[in-house]
Design a protein around this ligand. Structure first.
Ligand SMILES: Nc1ncnc2c1ncn2[C@@H]1O[C@H](COP(=O)(O)OP(=O)(O)OP(=O)(O)O)[C@@H](O)[C@H]1O
Ligand SMILES: [Mg+2]
Length: 283
C-alpha cells in the first residue's frame, strides 16, 4: 500500500544558503496490515523519514523521490486531495501526547469532535464510540477520563487517549514515533502492548520508530536499520538478529541494553534466556 522510492530530503541553511542532504535516497514498501520498525541511533533520520511521508518536513526543506500511498503520489498531491489523505488515511502518535491534545479542552472533546467532524457522526454516537475506544485501550472509568483535562491525567493515560483517537479515524497507516519513550518503564510496556494489540485488531499498517530494537522486533513484521540518513538493511526481526548484513547492525544488536524480563513479549526476540543470548552475541 505504501511505496517509498529513492527518498531524498535536503535542507537549506537560511543564513548561508548551503544545502545539506539529510536522507540519501531510501526505498521501502509496506503492505496492508504490515508493521515496519525504523531503528537506528539518534540522528539517523527515523523521524525525518516519517515526517516526509506525513508532509510535515521542516519549512524550506525539499523532498525528492516518490512516496505513493494506494497509488496516489503524495509528493504530487495538492490542496484538497492532500488534505483529505492526511486527515483520513494517516495518523501520528508522537512521543509526547501533549502535542496532540488541547490543554484547555477535556479529552472527550478531542475524541468526540475528531469523529463527529471528520466522519459527520452525530455527537451522541461519537461519545458512545469514544467510550468504547477508551475501553479498548484499557480505560474502564471512561466518563471520568472523557471529562478530564489533559493536566489531570497521567502520561500513560494520555497516550492511551491519543492511541484511541488515532484508531478512531480508521487510518490506513499509523505512524508511531517513540510513542512510549516519555513514559516510565512499567507504563511503557503497557502502552506498547496496547498499541500493538489495537493495530493488529484493526488491521492497520504501521511505521514504528524507536531506539529499542527488542521492542521493535516484538511489534514489527520487518525492521529497517538506519544510520546517517540511510537505510542499511531491511529484514524480519529474525533475519536482523541471526544474519545481520552490516557491521553496524551487528553493533546495534550487541549494544542494546537488556530491559525485558524473560516472558515479556519483547524478550521473545532474544529467542532463549536473555542472558544466554547476550553471551552468544558478545562471543
Ligand atoms: N529542522 C531541522 N533542520 C535541519 N536538520 C534537521 C532538522 N531536524 C533534524 N535535523 C537533522 O536531520 C537528521 C535526522 O534527524 P531525525 O530527527 O530524523 O533523527 P532520528 O533518527 O529521529 O533521531 P532521534 O532518535 O534522536 O529522534 C539529524 O542529523 C538532524 O540533525
Ligand atoms: Mg526522532
Amino acid at each position: 500500500m505504501l511505496h517509498v522510492s529513492n527518498l531524498v530530503l535536503t535542507v537549506t541553511d537560511p543564513d548561508t544558503g548551503q544545502d545539506t542532504e539529510i536522507l540519501h535516497g531510501n526505498s521501502f514498501s509496506l503492505a496492508q496490515g504490515e508493521s515496519l520498525g525504523l531503528v537506528g541511533e539518534s540522528g539517523s533520520g527515523k523521524s525525518m523519514t516519517i515526517k516526509c511521508i506525513l508532509g510535515i518536513e521542516p519549512a524550506g526543506a525539499r523532498v525528492d523521490g516518490m512516496i505513493e500511498l494506494d497509488g496516489v503520489d503524495l509528493l504530487a498531491a495538492k490542496g484538497e486531495e492532500l488534505r483529505h489523505i492526511r486527515a483520513n488515511d494517516l495518523a501520528l502518535i508522537a512521543q509526547s501526547p501533549h502535542g496532540a491534545l488541547n490543554p484547555v479542552l477535556p479529552v472527550g472533546r478531542y475524541l468526540v469532535e475528531g469523529m463527529s467532524d471528520a466522519r459527520s457522526m452525530p455527537k451522541a454516537e461519537a461519545r458512545a464510540k469514544a467510550a468504547d475506544l477508551l475501553r479498548q485501550v484499557g480505560i474502564d472509568d471512561t466518563e471520568r477520563v472523557l471529562n478530564s483535562y489533559p493536566h489531570q491525567l497521567s502520561g500513560g493515560m494520555l497516550q492511551r487517549v491519543v492511541i484511541a483517537g488515532a484508531i478512531s479515524g480508521q487510518p490506513k497507516l499509523l505512524f508511531a514515533d517513540e510513542p512510549t519513550t516519555a513514559l516510565d518503564v512499567t507504563t511503557q510496556a503497557e502502552v506498547a502492548a496496547i498499541l500493538d494489540e489495537m493495530r493488529r485488531e484493526h488491521g492497520l499498517s504501521m511505521i514504528f520508530v524507536t531506539h529499542d530494537l527488542d521492542l521493535a522486533a516484538a511489534m514489527c513484521d520487518r525492521l529497517a536499520v538506519m544510520k546517517n540518513g540511510e537505510i542499511l538493511e531491511i529484514g524480519t526481526p529474525d533475519q536482523i538478529r541471526d544474519t545481520p548484513q552490516t557491521e553496524y547492525t551487528r553493533q546495534l544488536m550487541a549494544a542494546r541494553p537488556l530491559l525485558y524480563p524473560a516472558g515479556h513479549p519483547a524478550a521473545a526476540f532474544l529467542a532463549v534466556e536473555p542472558t544466554a543470548d547476550r553471551e552468544e552475541t558478545r562471543s
